[in-house]
Design a protein around this ligand. Sequence first.
Ligand code: GUN
Length: 302
Amino acid sequence: MSGEDIDGKAVAATIRGELKERVSSLRSPPGLAVILVGSRRDSQTYVRMKKKACEEVGIQSFGFDYPDTVTEDELLQKIAELNSDDKVHGILVQLPLPKHINEDSIIEAVHPTKDVDGLHPRNNAALCSTGTHVGAEKVDWADLSSVPFHIPCTPQGCIELLDRSGVELKGKNAVVIGRSNLVGLPVAMLLMHRDATVTIVHSKTTDAPGVVGRADVVVAAVGRAEMVKKEWIKEGAVVIDVGINSVDDASAKRGYRLVGDVDYAGCKEVASKITPVPGGVGPMTIAMLLRNTVNSCVRSGA
Ligand code: GUN
């Protein structure tokens, strides 16, 4: 078997088109504030891509760049200001932050309704509830674009990719590799809300290949280049690769190339569907950020 590629680039472009149409019917544009601290090359690249995507769909982006030396108080003050700014419907603080800043304090300072990254404890609690309501509002897990709180972007992008590729999750064995707050845990919750039977594999799992080998759907989010091998994957499984790792390659244009957490070429031979890196989950993360921002604007009544 040679697995079919799940084309995240194309799906994300379709979603941006849908959002552009929704934005054009709004009275005033949605606004996203993007806070960048320091000079990490990867963070700068992500922020640039996020702002460009905003522009494409008609979201106003407001950039706030700070040096590594910024204090936690300065950031908290800016966030408080943005929380009460009616033109701003989403606030994104690019992570990671320098060590002297408490990331949790920053995440908790963003008002939950503007937390388009979906990381605030209030949004996390809603995601981790098996209840059917958040306050008075009903939660429909079948349509993540409609839930009345913010879901983290990369996990939401994974589910959206599976949905738009016609992958059924109900009753399936799903294995998530990685247990981060940003991806592993939330994507496991989403898979469970879709009635998959979910197992999380992490650094202390005794037989990771054996566990992954029983999966109908594998989501790899560990941040280790090409860790998941062909031999781990059950024939016909669907493989979603969240990793973006740069590995040295003297023959590549920039001296490095980007690879996922999955050995793509090998796993493609046994999977039924697989996401490439780049061009799989990456573009979906940004599309979901835009969707969260548009939803936030609509919910604010603008
Ligand atoms: N750094 C890596 N991924 C993310 C993300 O999804 N959101 C933010 N804010 N920072 C990140």
